[in-house]
Design a protein around this ligand. Structure first.
Ligand SMILES: Cc1ncccc1N[C@@H](C)c1cnc2ccsc2c1
Length: 115
């Protein structure tokens, strides 16, 4: 058969990697603000300010329904959680600090798993 293109990235284990990363995010002690969708009735202004809400349970659902093309589209959604958090919350707040901690943890883990 034709020789595989050498430059193609091996994406065979990407789905398993996404599952591992998501499980570690969900299990982190600072994950509590991000485990389920922000209830915009309980959080005034959220729906207006945050155009693309995202949370770990929604990512879990999308993963289960094969909604992620590849690892990159999964990482984009995870970063959306943290970017929304930074946009809406003060850095020096409970939720703001949790967001920075979770982003730092995620960046470290996916580079460890993929580099
Ligand atoms: C990630 C995020 N960003 C902005 C606001 C909220 C949240 N998290 C939700 C779960 C949350 C977190 N804490 C509280 C406290 C009262 S309602 C509520 C909702």
């Amino acid at each position: 058969c034709a020789k595989k293109v050498k430059l193609a990235k091996d994406d065979t284990n990407d789905l398993a990697t996404c599952r591992v990363l998501l499980a570690e995010l969900e299990g982190h002690q600072d994950a509590w603000p991000f485990l389920s969708p922000v209830n915009h009735k309980a959080v005034p202004g959220y729906r207006k300010v945050i155009k693309k809400p995202m949370d770990f349970s929604t990512i879990r659902e999308k993963l289960a329904n094969n909604r992620y093309l590849n690892l990159e589209t999964f990482i984009i959604d995870v970063n959306l959680v943290f970017d929304n958090c930074e946009k809406f919350n003060e850095d020096n707040s409970e939720i703001g600090r949790a967001g920075h901690n979770m982003r730092r943890f995620f960046d470290k883990r996916w580079t460890e798993l993929l580099r």
